[in-house]
Ligand binder design. Sequence first.
Ligand SMILES: [Zn+2]
Length: 420
Amino acid sequence: MEREKEMLRYAYTQSPFYQSLLQKKKASAEDLMEDWTKVPVVDRRQMVCADECVIPSSSQSSPEGNQRIYDMSSGSNGMFMGIPWSVKDMISSVSPLWDCRSRFYGLKVQDKSCFFHMYPDFCDEGTARDPRSNRKDLGFSVLGLTEDRVERIYQEMRNYEPKWILMPPSVALLFADYISKGKAKEIPSLKCVELIGEWVTDKQRKQIEKAFHCKTVNIYGSYEMNAIAYECPEGHMHLLEDNVFAEIMDGQKVLPDGEEGDIVLTSLHNTLMPFVRYSLGDRGKISTKKCSCGHPGRILRLTKAKRNDMIRVDQDIDIPPYEFTYAFQCVMNSMEVEMLQYQVEQTGYFSYIVTILTKDRKLLEQQEVQEEFKRIFQERLPHDFLKKGIYTFRFRDEMPSERAVKKMRTFWSFKGDEKK
Ligand SMILES: [Zn+2]
């Protein structure tokens, strides 16, 4: 049986969320097994809002629980969702990525690398474990990237002599800016910079390559799936088809090769949280054209993907927008309020409008509670420039329509001078 069908059967017989979909369709798992075209397309919005849990009841209390990796991801549209992985699944899931790294760029599991993560460890840096590959490498938090810290991290990376660095483009651009000011010596051990998590333009890539004196390699991935596609030396993004089953769809219809539509994925590995026909909200097309690099994976071309602006706090100071995600997570942890989604619109160098979708609107509109919320939020913003901001909060309890969600981003920056 194809692996996507095995995953389908597992999800639709074990997960309360998928079982409720079956009930609504008045269908059985067998019906879907027989006809894959009937399998519903799901997305993060549905999972976040559902009353039923996605995690299969059988694995909620399994002994494997001790060996879980848990990521809280806010996604490109600011919707919070926790995504658990078992260590075993994680290792199988990242193995196609390692094949590519080794085959295309000669990178080996035992080579040293640096990576960037979303955890707040900026006081205590040093060797950290990358939970995605289960290796020891030098990791740094993307939070609180002030000029001083960028300089310090760059020196630490240089001393560590990594073969490659894995970072989001917005973070790579901060370093490129620092290097191009002329004070930093190059990192001679570096073979490439892997760019992940955000859309990057050709111009930005050139900027990063010039600063780091090495090539850049694009990875397309998500917390739900891990690596989905990897760029070969010919510049093609090959789907990692031993990790994901990919379809391009328009609604419930599968589009032929070459046509643009929604990227819909089935994880072939995550059994703790199954994703079957899951739309990430990105758009693209797939080509079956053979590539001279020899990789068998079909070629994915992204036409619309995660694109977030930088926070502009001064004429020439930009901050990647991860800071907000972290601060909101701190609020949720310490106040026991449930947030489903956030959006921040910057209206001036120091002014922001924050819209929060929450099941606890009435509670949060009480003055005392709201003050506590604001206090924790502002206190936990890692960057001093953001602590100084003036924030206007709006709490909502209505889910935006599916259409609106597709257009939604986490953050809009303001352009140009302070608005009057
Ligand atoms: Zn290729």
